[in-house]
Structure formats: C-alpha cells, structure tokens
Design a protein around this ligand. Structure first.
Ligand code: UDP
Ligand code: MN
Length: 352
C-alpha cells in the first residue's frame, strides 16, 4: 500500500516539475500566480518527508527506503544477527525488533507443576507483543525438561534456557505454606550470571524479574524500556492489599504504600521494579540470597544498586497498576490420585 503511495507522490511531483518548466515561458499574470502556487506545492511535496517525517505515510515510506538501502536493520537481518549471536537458540525470532530501542531481558524462574505449561504459554503470548524482548527462563530442576525446551522453541521469542536446582536445605515441600521458604532465588541468580556473561553494557537494555504466574500489561514494558537507574511502580493484589508499592511525585518516590514489614529499605514486590543493565553489570555483588529474612529479597538486591532518592517513578508517577501478582490456583488432583492408586493413571505421554 505505502509503495503505491510513494510512487504516486513521486509521479505527482515529477509531473508538477515538468509543468512548472513549461509554464516558465508563459508571461500573463494569472499564469505567473499559478506557476508560483505550483512551485510552492511542489516544494511542499518534496520536503514533506523531511519536515513531517512522522505522519504515517511519510514514516512508512522513510522506513521503507531505509530498509531498501540496507541502512536499517530489517526483521530478516535482525533474525540473522540474533541467530549468529545466540547460535544454540532455536527460537524463530518472529517478534518485532527495532535496533533503536533498548532490549528488555525478562528473567523467569519456573518449576514443574501441573499449571506450568499454561502459565508459560500465557507469558509467551504476552511477550510476543513486546518489541525487543529476550526471555531468560531458568528451571528449578536438575536437568532442563523437554516440556520447557519445546515450549521455548515453539514460542517464537529469542531466549536462553537455563536450569539451577534449589538447594534441598531451602526447598519448599508440598506440605509447607508457600511463604515458608524463599522461591526462585537460585534461578534468578543463574539468570543474573548468564547476563553478566552475555549482556553487553554498551547496548542499552533493561532487566526485569518475571514470575511465571503473574499478569503483565503490555504498557508496563514500554514504561520500563527507558530506565536509567531503577524504575518502580505499584503491583496489584499483593502483600495482603489490593495493591502495594511506591507513592510518587514529579518522577520521584516520596514514600511506600505497604502494610507488611514497612521498615524494609524497599518494601516492594519482585514485579515492582526494573533495572538499567549497565548499572546492574557495574555492581558485581547485586544478587539474591537464601539467607535474608522473609520479604527482604527485593531490598537485598536493590540496596546494592541504588538509594531511594535515585529511584525513578514509572506507570504515570506510580498512579497505574500495570502488573498483578496473580497466582495460579493449585489444581484439584483427587481423581488423578485415585486413578494412579488403581494403576490406571492418565496417558503419561500426553504433555499437559
Ligand atoms: N519457583 C521456583 N521453585 C520453587 C518455587 C517457586 O522456581 O520451588 C518460582 C516460580 O515458578 C515463580 C517464582 O519462583 O516464578 C515465585 O514463586 P511462586 O509464584 O510460587 O510465588 P508466589 O506467587 O507465592 O510469590
Ligand atoms: Mn507467583
């Protein structure tokens, strides 16, 4: 469509130039005025690409020409470059990539549970809408599973598939309440190790921790994309509250709205902040620990990077909820347990 618009514009301009050239010889006043108007219109057509580069038609045709001349990174080129850079990743790189935008590296711990594939499918399909998104998934397992490997392969995002088993000393047992032990610590640290090795501090990018069962608005990713230190925002349905997080004014945090352990240096959820990659890479001791009191993971990590005054406010001065700490319900397994007891469990080859 825009190719047609471009050629129509080119032809129109060309005809007008010819016409002006012809009209030059005519001398009546009416013709002179017509000629002048025509010259102005021709010039407007000529320079509209430069003067108004962001009208839709001009933007498209400018980009089109840039792609054509090989000066810009077309999707095909980006896919090829990413394949060269991450040769072991089989992702289809079918997402939109813009070389002028910072990359978002999402770090997701995950572990085998009945709801895992559903949760990861939902995340994949959210992130496919996010330009320049790179997914780092770390399985809490001795070995990588084929379920996660295939899911990533078929998802279409560029990714790194890693694994790191949680130390038995701190592993949550089925009988434990979920808050009894830290969750995702070794996995996030494994993701951070990968970034320290693979991320380029000269390439603008941002780091975000993404639990596998939360809900993310696409708008959140555009909020975090340009983060120069650490950017924060409130999170919905967390900490026993309808929402919890920073209270902001003019782009800065003035206080924290929280009910639980308000004395924490950063009383916020893992989903409430993103970090500039260069800043993260410059602090080799920024990581998570199994030995910090409950609720202090975020503070432990963030105090290595910034003070409260250096933090930036996201989500419209912290006035919007763009991420929700939803939690996938533990499914009822009663009938399956009965079948297993009777030696007639569901088809084990069916991947769920
Ligand atoms: N997680 C993990 N191993 C575990 C428990 C949790 O890797 O033994 C991951 C989980 O997949 C999620 C994150 O750690 O991405 C937080 O866990 P969960 O969602 O269960 O915590 P909650 O929602 O209760 O804070
Ligand atoms: Mn969760």
């Amino acid at each position: 469509m825009f190719v047609y618009t471009v050629s129509f514009k080119n032809v129109a301009t060309f005809i007008l130039i010819l016409y002006n050239f012809q009209m030059r010889r005519l001398t009546s006043n009416a013709n002179r005025i017509l000629l002048l108007l025509n010259v102005i219109w021709t010039l407007c057509l000529f320079f509209s690409w430069i003067l108004f580069p962001y009208t839709e038609t001009n933007y498209r045709s400018n980009r089109h020409n840039k792609f054509k001349n090989g000066k810009d990174t077309s999707l095909a080129t980006v896919r090829r470059l990413l394949r060269q850079k991450y040769p072991n990743d089989q992702g289809l790189f079918s997402t939109y990539f813009d070389s002028e935008l910072p990359v978002i590296y999402g770090v997701t711990p995950t572990y085998t549970r009945w709801t895992q594939k559903a949760d990861l499918t939902r995340l994949c399909q959210t992130f496919l809408h996010v330009p320049n998104f790179f997914w780092i998934i770390i399985e809490d397992a001795e070995n990588k599973t084929t379920l996660v490997a295939n899911l990533l392969k078929n998802c279409g995002l560029p990714y790194a598939h890693l694994n790191a088993k949680t130390d038995q000393r701190v592993k949550l047992r089925d009988s434990d309440p979920n808050w009894a032990k830290p969750r995702g610590v070794s996995q996030r640290n494994e993701g951070l190790k990968w970034l320290r090795k693979n991320a380029d501090s000269k390439e603008p990018s941002v780091l975000y921790f993404i639990d596998d069962d939360n809900t993310y608005s696409l708008k959140l990713f555009e909020e975090m994309r340009f983060t120069s230190t650490v950017k924060v925002w409130p999170v919905g349905i967390v900490g026993g509250l309808k929402f919890e997080g920073p209270v902001c004014k003019n782009g800065r945090v003035v206080s924290w709205y929280t009910a639980w352990k308000p004395d924490r240096p950063f009383p916020i959820d893992m989903a409430a902040f993103a970090v500039n990659m260069k800043l993260f890479l410059s602090k080799s001791d920024a990581m998570f620990s199994n030995d910090v009191p409950r609720g202090y993971q975020e503070s432990h990590f963030l105090t290595k990077l910034v003070t409260k005054d250096e933090v930036e406010a996201g989500a419209n001065d912290c006035s919007e909820i763009l991420v929700w700490h939803t939690r996938t319900e533990k499914p009822n397994t009663k009938q399956e347990d009965k079948l297993i007891k009777a030696g007639k469990s569901s088809n084990p080859d069916m991947e769920v």
